[in-house]
Design a protein around this ligand. Structure first.
Ligand SMILES: *Cc1c(COP(=O)(O)O)cnc(C)c1O
Length: 469
């Protein structure tokens, strides 16, 4: 499978090149040449596969430059680190099927992609005898999941920018208490969007990128999207068997448009109508809700909410969908993205019909999140984390009687004890992996939200091939 840039100015590359490239060299995002369709027969033959087996079947349709057995081994290793045997268990409460994606080492869904990406990087670097310096910005969960994905890996160093004092204390410690020599935590004095802008800027400097072998781990990396496609198909198959229904809806709490974009790809892979509705759920940072509701994709200030991993305005994966919305016209995509970066807004109201065929959406307030956590706990004795609660609230709003609704649960409630405590009057149960974490020793560098300062820090600490020899 070849990968091309949404801006059309990078020569097509293979899967492994696309993974190492992260962002395309023309500033666009990489997409597969085609989205393979899965026929009904194939789909039925997948019904009894384990999570890792299914992951191989799905991913191998997009990857043709890694030998089968190597890919299988990579996938198996990545999902062996999960607490739950089936990686992503489904639980059923009321009308909802909740897909628990938080059984990885950092208790958030991002482990599913980043355990795989970490192993994939290591494999590719080993093969080519190379080193990699990973730069990423996090609103909370990506950072720790990325760090856990690559900690201790010899050929890799990782630099993670998080907004100083704007991630939960547990999230912060999950990153900063990892003391492996190859892990560098940077707290920037700014917002997540500032961090993301700095990372984008760094990757825009192609000489720097090359000289320091910089790589991305944010959800702009295609391998992450791909790994996430798997659990849509996995849960689709399970719910289809359980409910004896061939068509269902999915609700996805969304920030960077990554997770829901994986759902969009899954929807296009599955037979027509298998995924009927994709409900995009945002918190008060509702740029994507305004986009779906009115075609208005425009920045406003980032508000701090009880679901901090979704406190995002410019959604880094949006460009991928925009490309399809523009009928695969790279020139148009590029023009609109340039307009967005200059003016902070684009008007897509002419495309509303198509947008609404692809998504529906709901924005959820902090109060509603709190009520949802409390209601769900009272009714089902099940504790939702605030991000999942955003989804559950939206799922309730968009639920159609008779159509199964799968709601993606993106984090374990123990990562956000304050919001949970406020809602139900008690703390969530703490899993062993984060028990006592606030007392652990930690290491972190606070720096200005200034690309120059960050670049200097990275230069000072980067791994270079020469140093090793
Ligand atoms: C990252 C994250 C999200 C948002 O996912 P996107 O891919 O950015 O849309 C939602 N919930 C949690 C817990 C997260 O960590």
């Amino acid at each position: 499978m070849q990968y091309f840039s949404t801006r059309g100015e990078t020569a097509p590359v293979s899967f492994t090149k696309a993974v190492m490239m992260g962002l395309a060299e023309d500033g666009g995002l990489l997409l597969p040449r085609t989205i393979p369709r899965i026929g009904n027969e194939t789909l039925s033959s997948w019904e009894n596969l384990s999570y890792a087996e299914l992951a191989f079947e799905v991913m191998s349709r997009f990857i043709d430059d890694i030998p089968e057995n190597d890919l299988k081994a990579l996938i198996n290793r990545s999902y062996a680190s999960f607490e739950a045997e089936d990686v992503a268990p489904l639980v059923h409460h009321g009308d909802l099927h909740i897909l628990e994606l938080f059984h990885g080492p950092t208790l958030a869904f991002k482990d599913i992609a980043l355990q795989f990406l970490g192993n994939l990087f290591e494999y590719l670097l080993e093969k080519d005898d190379k080193v990699l310096n990973i730069i990423g910005a996090t609103s909370g969960d990506t950072g720790s999941a990325a760090i856990y994905g690559v900690r201790g890996k010899e050929r890799i160093r990782i630099f993670i920018l998080h907004p100083h004092n704007r991630v939960s204390p547990v999230q912060e410690k999950q990153m900063t208490s990892i003391l492996d020599d190859n892990v560098f935590n940077i707290a920037i004095e700014g917002s997540f969007d500032d961090g993301q802008a700095i990372v984008k800027k760094i990757f825009g400097d192609l000489d720097l990128k090359k000289e320091y072998s910089l790589g991305a781990i944010n959800s702009i990396n295609w391998a992450r999207v791909l790994a996430q496609v798997v659990y849509y198909i996995y849960s689709y198959l399970h719910v289809r068997t359980h409910e004896k229904m061939p068509s269902m809806d999915f609700t996805v709490p969304t920030g960077n448009f990554g997770d829901i974009f994986a759902g969009y790809i899954a929807k296009r892979m599955l037979p027509e109508g298998a995924i009927r509705q994709l409900v995009l759920a945002t918190n008060q940072n509702d740029i994507l809700n305004r986009f779906v509701g009115a075609g208005d994709y425009s920045l406003s200030d980032v508000a701090m909410t009880t679901s901090p991993s979704m406190d995002i305005q410019a959604a880094s994966n949006f460009e991928r969908y925009l490309y399809y919305l523009m009928d695969s016209e790279a020139g148009k995509t590029k023009e609109l993205m340039e307009q967005f970066s200059q003016e902070g807004k684009i008007d897509l109201s002419d495309y509303l019909d198509q947008i609404r065929r692809d998504f529906s959406s709901v924005a959820v307030s902090n109060e509603e999140v709190s009520e949802t956590i409390s209601d769900f706990y009272n009714k089902y004795d099940y504790v939702l984390d605030p991000h999942t609660a955003v989804g559950v609230k939206a799922a309730g709003d968009k639920y159609t009687v008779g159509v199964p609704m799968v709601c993606l649960s993106t984090a374990h409630p123990a990562k956000f004890p304050d919001a949970v405590h406020d809602a139900i009057g008690r703390d969530p149960e703490v899993p062993p992996s984060i028990d006592g974490i606030l007392e652990r020793e930690s290491r972190c560098q606070v720096l200005a939200a200034d690309a120059k300062v960050i670049v200097q820090y990275i230069k000072d600490n980067a791994k270079t091939a020469q140093k090793e020899q």
